[in-house]
Design a binder for this molecule. Sequence first.
Ligand SMILES: O=P(O)(O)OC[C@H]1O[C@H](O[C@H]2O[C@H](CO)[C@@H](O)[C@H](O)[C@H]2O)[C@H](O)[C@@H](O)[C@@H]1O
Length: 336
Amino acid sequence: MADSLHKGKKSSESISKSIHDHADGGYAITDEPVTVDQNYISWLREHPSALSSFSRMINEAKGKQIVVFLDYDGTLSPIVSDPDSAFMSDQMRAAVRDVSSCFPTAIISGRSRQKVYEFIKLEGLYYSGSHGMDTIGPALKTNSYDKGYQQRSFDNEGNELMVFQPAQDFLPAIKKILTEVTKRTQNIPGVAIEDNKFCVSVHYRHVKDEDYGRLEKEVKSMLANYADFHMTNGKMVMEIRPSIKWNKGDALKYLLEALGFRESGDVFPIYIGDDRTDEDAFKVLRERGEGYPILVSATPRDTAALYSLHGPSEVQSFLTRLSRWGFDNADTAHHK
Ligand SMILES: O=P(O)(O)OC[C@H]1O[C@H](O[C@H]2O[C@H](CO)[C@@H](O)[C@H](O)[C@H]2O)[C@H](O)[C@@H](O)[C@@H]1O
């Protein structure tokens, strides 16, 4: 079955270096041969590499507080066939840790908050799971969000944090959906159901083409009984979500506000993600007219992101470079 997000003509030339690097005297990314599609090269002109544009980005960020937002699957870890084995490399973990020691950093993932934390295992970051419907961030100083969905929490050093769960009312129905979808799909070989707390993932990466229609029909006919839920599509996954107006873009806005940057021009948010659900966050940055929306993709894609990175290894290079800059400019750059 074709992964629609990864369609793209394969042909063209093979080159021995990533075409992303060096434009501003930057770093070599990889020595592995990379097959490059001509369409991809044209697309890169529209969505330049965040590595090649690094110096420009830093110039734009001068005098502003950089805040880093990172998606998990496909961004910090490569897409793998078993969702439970999407481990992050130690090098990537070090890159995220270093960046987070320079700048406020948040993970925004479709996974449950607990699960994404278990993969990343780093303190000192903010985590938003279930596509932004379960966020732990700084304590809000404003009244813009419903207090009924907020709960105080503390980190290991006793700093006050806030958990915000705007889809809390849907939990009982989500539990029912989880049971029902598991039952309805148990006879379809290859289906994997993942409990993401405020949403449910129905993975079909290992479902045969001839069974896909049956699976989609089952999910859709079940959803017909749950008017308050809808389905979105990710990479070989159907995601069942409560129909509230809340997505990764809203979580990004929420976290910026909690950090004290509701409408401020003094902030420079960098958002890196690879999935359709990350488009909501890219759009928020475009609307705000600030920061750096970066799509991780090895093929041309329609996107609201302005910049690109080829895959997780380039994400790692970008984060490493950002933290080096942060450490070197600790006296002038805005830090945590
Ligand atoms: O927002 P994200 O952190 O990118 O999460 C989106 C979904 O990611 C995971 O599924 C995807 O990655 C898996 C591991 O590489 C892969 O096997 C699967 O096919 C992909 O769809 C996660 O398992 C989902 O629950 C997330 O919604």
